[in-house]
Ligand binder design. Sequence first.
Ligand code: ATP
Ligand code: MG
Length: 403
Amino acid sequence: MIEYTTLALLVDELWLKGKNRGSYFRALKENIELTLKAWHKKKYRLVIEAQRFLIRSETPFSDETMKAIARMPGLQELIPVREIPLDYDRLLEPILEELDSHDGEEFTFKVETLRSFKKYPKNSMEISRHMGHLILQARPKLKVNVRNPQVQVNIRVLPEHFYISTRSIKSPGGLPVGTNGHLITMLSGGFDSPVASYLMSKRGCTQTFVFFYAYPFVGEEVKDKIIELAKVLATYQSGCKLWIVPFGKVQKKIAKTCRETYRTIFFRKYMVDCSNLLCERLEADALLTGDSLGQVSSQTIGNISLVDQTSRYPILRPLIGFNKKETIALSQKVGTHDISVIPHDDACSMFAPKFPVIRPKNDYWHEYIEENDFTEDLNAALDQAEVFRIGVNGMLTSCEISE
Ligand code: ATP
Ligand code: MG
């Protein structure tokens, strides 16, 4: 494997932002630097050149570092590049080294040249053709395929250097985290909420995770599962916090006082109420859940509508129109699939009614919530929360609620 000391980072969607472009670049730069500090503990230089970031270091970047940087929302792709002095006779050798580092000996390729330095005496077409010819002479098993090559050799001509690249790592695209407000993400152990979190990281939202922990009605494993999920999701944020809020007492109270068929929907409503209180405490902007319309009884349009009517903050539901299979497929890409798939205790299903209400009655709903103000219990639960800080490299540390 070739060792790379220069990385080019292409930026996504920034053309949309007109006058705000400067602040988007600054946010992205900050996020990249946090990731670099966590992963590449060596000296580096980060510059913006022709609307893209270039990172140079004397020490090669590890695979892990490259993958971690490539996960930054706002980036389109990360390209490890070779910087060669602008000497045409020295161009072929590093290209052959690059090609030799790909698997197999018989793949197809194409050479694509971009002459940013217009005064260079050879034009792009001449360089591409000539290099293609020299490559075929040196590696007769390779074949050219201009439409759909297995490997594309990119040559960029700049005033002092040739840049060569033959591989790239795709990034999530979208907007840099930190440019679009702060969400309270309601994280449960399934497939949905982690994917919802990823989608909103991609739209630039900073997130604080909250998990309502039904201890002692569920085992401790579920807490570990949530922590593992949050560690993965933190890699798309520049670090984040996770609140684990003890919720067993409140759930018990609800289960005792409401009609059995309404249990699940009231559990959800009071989780949303508690998330509203946290949103207020942290001066966040909105809540985020993994709801998808009609997936389970608590996510019918009637139930969603009633829950929304009692939430003071907007509830974002990016998966509302997703099919379960689509969510599971995306969870593979996000990296949360193998954690979500592990079975866990779920207090909602332990207390679950045989016939959960699908079309809740407005009168009963309002009557119950008027008679059962749990604000004090919810605030007490928040005061007893365990709060963790998770670094962009997944490092977990405890912290104070007030921090
Ligand atoms: P998930 O949606 O996490 O994949 P699920 O489908 O079992 O799992 P539901 O019970 O349908 O989750 O809940 C819908 C949404 O409500 C979740 O996506 C999550 O945002 C939120 N939620 C449910 N239970 C909890 C909990 N214990 N703590 C925090 N949020 C929760
Ligand atoms: Mg769900």
